[in-house]
Design a protein. Structure first.
Length: 134
């Protein structure tokens, strides 16, 4: 009765709001990460995308997500933003791999956790190694 039909997997039509409950959460970088790794000191912004029971997807408010860093690859500096880093005691390795997870708790108390793809954090490449010898 005036409500447009929505097929599973399609976004909700413009101007409509889905009342379906969340069924999963995906944590996705906003940009494509370099395959060789992300240098320390870089910011990586994430989206938190909820999939709803009717197949639609919507961005969850980043402030409503509990963010967590798995591995010593940096820290969350604001909702949905990681600044990459490698602890001093592990910098000899030259790189570390980790990920970012996010947890959303729905209005009904159900909890959904999503995980970003693996993130490789690398030390910057030193072009002139003469500075290493004093």
């Amino acid at each position: 009765t005036g409500v447009p039909s929505i097929r599973v997997g399609e976004p909700a039509p413009t101007g409509t709001v889905s009342t379906a409950k969340p069924i999963s959460l995906a944590i996705v970088p906003r940009t494509i990460l370099p395959t060789g790794g992300v240098p320390i000191g870089q910011k990586i912004a994430f989206r938190a995308i909820l999939t709803l029971a009717d197949g639609t997807k919507k961005d969850a408010p980043l402030s409503e997500i509990k963010w967590n860093v798995v591995g010593s690859i940096g820290r969350i500096v604001e909702p949905g933003v990681l600044v990459t880093d490698i602890p001093l005691e592990e910098q000899e390795l030259g790189e570390l791999i980790g990920t970012v997870t996010g947890t959303f708790i729905g209005a009904d108390g159900l909890q959904f956790t999503g995980k970003a793809p693996q993130i490789k954090v690398i030390m910057p490449i030193i072009e002139d190694d003469s500075a290493l010898f004093i």
